[in-house]
Design a protein around this ligand. Sequence first.
Ligand SMILES: C[S@@+](CC[C@H](N)C(=O)[O-])C[C@H]1O[C@@H](n2cnc3c(N)ncnc32)[C@H](O)[C@@H]1O
Length: 336
Amino acid sequence: MNELEIKLENERLKESWDCFPAEHLADYLAVNEQDQRINAQSILTRALLADTLWPKKFSGLINEELRFGIVMTWLYEKLKAGADRFKLLDELGGGRPKKGSEIPEAIRQTAAWLRGADCPIPNYVTDALMFLTPDQPGTLLFEPALNTFLNLWTSQLRGLSAEKISVLEIACGSGNEYRALDEFGLAAHINYSGFDIASKNIANATKNFPGVKFFEASILNSGLPDNSTDYIFLHDVLGHLSLEAMEIALKEIMRIVRKEAWLHCFNAADIPEHVNHPVELYHRNRLSISRLTESLRAAGAADVEAIPISAMLQNKFHFTQDYTASAVTFIVRKQP
Ligand SMILES: C[S@@+](CC[C@H](N)C(=O)[O-])C[C@H]1O[C@@H](n2cnc3c(N)ncnc32)[C@H](O)[C@@H]1O
């Protein structure tokens, strides 16, 4: 792509988000399955950061938080589909399985484990179903139950120290991932900065977190110096670029990062070629894991690990979630 083509693609991408009202951009990616407290890839970003700062110290907590994410998402989806919260509560609270019950074994087992007197984790299943705050409509999960792991992490991290690392979030939106890093107690241990192409997103993020470095830029020509950040992470942007622009973005990521990049994609698969899918001014492409890996290696990656989220959850918990069916996270280590 030449400079003019990059400029035009940037304009189309910017307009694709800046065309929405700022209030919509502020939280449309922080609710339901996308809620950073239960979304598998958001949990993974925090897990990767925690494991970088304190290697292997929190492996048990991370595993339990991933389980929490799929269980709470399952409960949320059941309630949304019209399930009766008190029937669910009865069955998951130790009542007899009902005839024709559709509760998966993994959910049942988690609920039974949480009921145990020696379980170290608060019983988030019962809490989520039993209560509602006065301002919550009937189908939702109880807010404090959604904060179960937020509370566990803040108490675990209190008083800990670590060597600070610089972390750049690309396509940070309105700062929803940052909000979670802040609330979980991780932001205090890193030098965070985030950029996004949409000015309304940056205005939202800056308004919510005035002291944090959020700025407007494009991953196609960020202008940031080589090796200027230790770690990069991004959620759900690569598939929105044209295939030509994505190749430029991958080179740019490998140029800016010093150690590792964690690239969360919403639609990737074991397919031989990327599938180009333009939609209005942007794209919803289906990415080929092998092609993306090849491009990253050509751009300077020493090692690329692709983690299909569904397979990871299935492997760990014998259960997965529909919304993760095409989600793949790439952990990319740069050549030293
Ligand atoms: C699906 S949203 C994801 C936002 C955020 N990562 C999250 O998960 O909450 C895609 C984001 O990518 C941003 N974006 C699109 N093209 C970009 C580019 N070339 N450089 C930087 N950000 C871009 C959009 O403005 C939007 O905020």
